[in-house]
Design a protein around this ligand. Structure first.
Ligand code: ATP
Length: 460
């Protein structure tokens, strides 16, 4: 049995498998295992037994805060304070949520959403590189997440592979990515003076090294450097000493990605190198532009697609943003629809609904067209952005739930569909958006029906 010892916060602890002491509890959280460690803190997988929840607890190492820690100690305090101030604030599917911050005087800790997976550092080695389309997808998701973060008044300032967590499913397949570690974040709304030179040199833009004021374009550079590393298996600049590395970052253009890896197109190379421009004015000027450039690479097939007929998450997100039905949805709700809806592509002549059938799912047409027939006669053609089947879905009694028309696909069509059960699993905010969008659809239909009754000749 592992020896029992007392740790700094007087909690019983055992010697852990990863070396070092593994505390039995941190506050009310039962420690399961060590997940990783950073420069100043240890991260543990822990359980909140009361809520039955797995969390990641990041605890600042006691020595780092002690008087011996000197300026290191002060820095740790500041890093902790920066992350702690964000507890409960950042809520985005691609940002690791900070659930709580406990300012324990000996060893303060943060409680975070637990991400099952590895950091993107695992995919920076040349023998473990990800497919190019997956790298671009990850880049797009990080760009959208950091755009959200920027809109909250924050610059991350330490975007690097070790701070981007890759979500893996049970089969070990990478399914998503989450931005983490806001210890170096600059809060533009409350930090009166910028603390300079935080971050990791290999991914840091010149203006951040110089100690000048930074804005979102500094993070855009860093994400560009991460994408470069994921594509090439080496960072844009590499040198044996910090001085030499800084010299390269200031003065040397990164080598083109073409030829460093099969399948890299001039367009992909241009997008990454633009993000890595020395001068912020020559980079993408905002996250929206960088995100658009990345998603266009996928949409226009300018990266080799591993699975050709798949509707990628970036495509889905952009499709939704274009549809009137989703105009009032924020980014967070749109990502929920990307992940939770059923996305299907239907061939021409496919019968979406048949008259008399009882319906409980509804579709929103994202691409293509359908035709509505009443007793064999074409009534209307519906295209992108319209919804079908919502009447049967919203109907208060079974008789009204039967479809009164036949609906057939007339042009290859992608639909987003929900059932009452799948809609019920969405967050209350997202359900609320759906309710509002349905009310708008119904009001429009009611108005059209009213007009038809009031002015029958006009519409005949
Ligand atoms: N929410 C999480 N879920 C799962 N693992 C995590 C989580 N947060 C962090 N980790 C793991 O712990 C490691 C260290 O975390 P983190 O980078 O936040 O610590 P840090 O002390 O701020 O590091 P550094 O100062 O070196 O950037 C990560 O690389 C990752 O492996």
């Amino acid at each position: 049995m592992a020896p029992m010892v007392m740790d700094s916060s007087s909690t019983l602890s055992t010697s852990g498998p990863g070396g070092g002491d593994l505390p039995a509890y941190i506050g009310k959280y039962r420690v399961v295992r060590r997940l990783g460690e950073g420069a100043t803190s240890d991260v543990f997988l822990a359980r909140d037994d009361f809520q039955g929840l797995e969390v990641a607890v990041k605890r600042v190492r006691a020595w780092a805060l002690s008087e011996h820690g000197g300026s290191e100690g002060q820095i740790s305090h500041r890093f902790f304070a920066a992350e702690a101030s964000l507890a409960g604030r950042l809520q985005h599917p691609n940002v690791v949520q900070i659930l709580d911050a406990v300012p324990d005087p000996d060893a303060p800790y943060l409680v975070m959403e637990y991400v099952q997976g590895v950091t993107l550092k695992s995919f920076c080695r040349s023998d473990r590189l990800l497919p190019l389309d997956q790298i671009v997808e990850l880049g797009f998701k990080c760009a959208m997440a950091l755009s959200y973060v920027y809109r909250q008044g924050l610059i991350h300032r330490d975007v690097k592979p070790a701070n981007l967590l890759a979500v893996l499913d049970a089969q070990g397949q990478l399914t998503d990515v989450k931005v983490s570690d806001f210890g170096s974040a600059l809060n533009l709304r409350s930090d009166a003076t910028q603390v300079h030179r935080v971050g990791s040199l290999s991914y840091m833009p010149p203006e951040q090294i110089e100690g000048g004021d930074v804005d979102c374009r500094a993070d855009i550079y860093s994400l560009g450097a991460v994408l470069y590393h994921l594509i090439a298996g080496r960072p844009p600049f590499d040198a044996p000493t910090q001085m030499a590395l800084m010299h390269q970052i200031y003065h040397q253009a990164p080598a083109s990605l073409i030829g460093q890896r099969g399948g890299v197109t001039p367009e992909l190379d241009a997008v990454v190198l633009k993000a890595l421009a020395k001068h912020p004015g020559e980079r993408y000027q905002n996250w929206e532009d960088f995100g658009r450039a990345l998603s266009e690479l996928v949409a226009r097939q300018l990266v080799p697609l591993a699975r050709l007929y798949e509707v990628k998450d970036s495509e889905r997100f952009n499709l939704l943003r274009e549809l009137e039905f989703f105009h009032d949805f924020g980014d967070v709700e749109l990502w929920e629809v990307v992940h939770r809806a059923r996305w299907r592509r239907y061939p021409v002549d496919h019968a979406l609904y048949k008259k008399g059938q009882e319906g409980n799912s509804f579709h929103i047409i994202a691409q293509g067209e359908v035709q509505v027939f009443r007793d064999g006669t074409l009534v209307v053609t519906l295209g992108k952005g319209t919804s079908v089947g919502e009447m049967a879905y919203l109907a208060p009694n079974p008789a009204l739930r039967r479809h009164s028309t036949d609906i057939k696909v007339s042009e290859v069509c992608t639909t987003i569909s929900f059932t009452p059960e799948s809609l019920g699993q969405l967050s209350p905010e997202c359900q609320h958006r759906f309710d509002r969008a349905f009310i708008q659809v119904l009001v429009r239909r009611l108005h059209a029906a009213h007009e038809a009754l009031a002015h029958p000749r006009r519409i005949m």
